[in-house]
Design a protein around this ligand. Structure first.
Ligand SMILES: [Zn+2]
Ligand SMILES: [Zn+2]
Length: 363
C-alpha cells in the first residue's frame, strides 16, 4: 500500500456507507481493514488506480500518471504534442493546466494538485462524451447559463414542429428487465424533452429506419468507443443527425430503484434523458443539478430537466408553445437537490461516489 493511501481512506469511508450488496465486503473488512473498503469503491480498475496519485502535484514523477493523462485527453482536458509525452509519468506544467481546467469545470477547489476531492471526482463513473471545458465553451454568457453544444452547433433539420422516430434494438438489448419496462422508461425520457421544445418523438418498430436508435452494447461495439464494464463510462450518444444512443450493457440498469437493492444500480431513465440531450445536440453543462451534467451517482434519479437544460435545448429548437419557462425558473429557485433513492424496504443505501459520471459525446 503506498504511503499516501491511508490519507484518502477516511474520505472514501465518508462517501461510501455500506449497503447490503457489499455485505461480504463488510465481513472481509474484519480481516483486511481499509484496503478492502478501497477495493469496494473502485469497480473500474483503470480509474481506481488513480488513488495512488493522491496529493501529487507539478514536479512529481510517479508510475500511473500516464494513465491520468490518457483520461484527461479522452474527456477533453488535455492536448499533448506527441506519444512520448502521453507515455511519460511526469507531472509537468501541461498536466497541471489540465488539472486546473478539470477542477474549474467541476466546481472543485482549484489547486492544480491531485487532492482527495479531485481524485474522487476522477474515479466516478461518467458519460463517455468528452466535456466542453471552460476554455472552449462557446456560450458562457452568464453565470446561470452553463449549457454547451457540440462543435459547430449541429441540430436536427426540418420544419417545426419536428417529428423524429426512435426505436430500441431487438438484437442489442438487456433481458433482465422486460422490453415493455425499458420502452416505458425511454418513452418518459423522450417526453421530458418534448414538453419543452417543438420536437415530437414517435416510437417505431423499424430500427434500421429510425432517426434515433437506442441499443445496449457490451465492450467494443464497432464505433471506436468501447464500453468498459460496470460503472466507469455508462453510456454515450452522438451529435445530430447521427441518432445513435448507446448504453453499456454491463451496467446494473434499473427502471425502479425502489425495487432494486444493488449498490451499483443505475437509473435507466436518468441516463436515457441525459443521452437524448446529446442526440438533440446538447453537450455537457457545468451546472451540477442539470441533467446534462456529465456525472450521475449510482442509485440516483435525475430526470427533471432544469432551466439550464431547457435553455440549451430551446437555443437549438425554440420553445414548445405550451411550455412556460418562467414558472419552472421560479420553482427552481427554491428547489432542493435531487434525492438519493434508497434500495428496498430496509433503507440500505449505496455509496455516494464523489465522482462525476461522464457520458461520452462522439462526433
Ligand atoms: Zn457506441
Ligand atoms: Zn453526456
Amino acid at each position: 500500500m503506498p504511503p499516501r493511501l491511508p490519507l484518502l481512506l477516511p474520505l472514501l469511508l465518508f462517501y461510501f456507507p455500506f449497503s447490503a450488496a457489499l455485505r461480504p465486503l463488510h465481513d472481509q473488512l474484519q480481516h483486511d481493514g481499509q484496503r478492502a473498503v478501497f477495493k469496494s469503491v473502485t469497480t473500474n480498475d483503470a480509474w481506481g488506480s488513480f488513488v495512488h496519485l493522491l496529493d501529487l502535484q507539478r514536479g512529481s514523477h510517479v508510475s500511473g500518471l500516464s494513465g491520468l493523462k490518457r483520461y484527461l485527453v479522452r474527456f477533453g482536458y488535455l492536448t499533448l504534442p506527441d506519444r512520448a509525452e502521453l507515455d511519460s509519468d511526469a507531472f509537468d506544467a501541461r498536466l497541471e493546466s489540465a488539472v486546473f481546467l478539470y477542477q474549474t469545470n467541476h466546481g472543485l477547489p482549484v489547486t492544480g494538485k491531485l487532492d482527495a476531492a479531485t481524485l474522487s471526482q476522477l474515479m466516478t463513473p461518467r458519460c463517455g462524451v468528452p466535456d466542453a471545458v471552460a476554455a472552449t465553451a462557446p456560450n458562457r454568457t452568464g453565470l446561470t447559463e452553463r449549457f454547451t453544444f457540440f462543435p459547430g452547433k449541429p441540430r436536427w433539420a426540418g420544419q417545426r414542429p419536428l417529428t423524429l422516430t426512435y426505436a430500441l434494438s431487438t438484437a442489442h438489448t438487456i433481458t433482465y428487465i422486460s422490453r415493455a419496462d425499458v420502452a416505458a422508461a425511454l418513452r418518459r425520457a423522450f417526453a421530458r424533452w418534448e414538453q419543452v421544445i417543438p420536437v415530437r418523438f414517435v416510437e417505431t418498430a423499424d430500427y434500421r429506419a429510425a432517426d434515433v436508435r437506442v441499443a445496449f452494447y457490451r465492450g467494443d461495439h464497432g464505433d471506436g468507443e468501447p464500453f468498459d464494464g460496470q460503472l466507469g463510462v455508462l453510456a454515450h450518444a452522438f451529435s445530430p443527425e447521427s441518432g445513435r444512443l448507446h448504453l453499456d450493457a454491463a451496467e446494473w440498469w434499473a427502471v425502479d430503484l425502489r425495487q432494486v437493492e444493488a449498490a451499483e444500480a443505475v437509473d435507466l431513465e436518468s441516463v436515457a434523458t441525459h443521452e437524448i440531450g446529446h442526440v438533440l445536440g446538447l453537450g455537457h453543462t457545468s451546472a451540477r443539478e442539470a441533467v446534462m451534467f456529465p456525472s450521475l451517482h449510482p442509485r440516483t434519479r435525475k430526470v427533471e430537466l432544469k432551466v439550464d437544460d431547457i435553455k440549451g435545448a430551446q437555443a437549438l429548437y425554440g420553445s414548445n408553445p405550451d411550455f412556460q419557462l418562467s414558472q419552472l425558473a421560479e420553482a427552481e429557485m427554491s428547489s432542493a437537490p435531487h434525492p438519493k433513492i434508497t434500495g428496498g424496504d430496509k433503507g440500505k443505501s449505496w455509496i455516494r461516489i464523489a465522482v462525476p459520471l461522464t457520458l461520452t459525446l462522439m462526433v
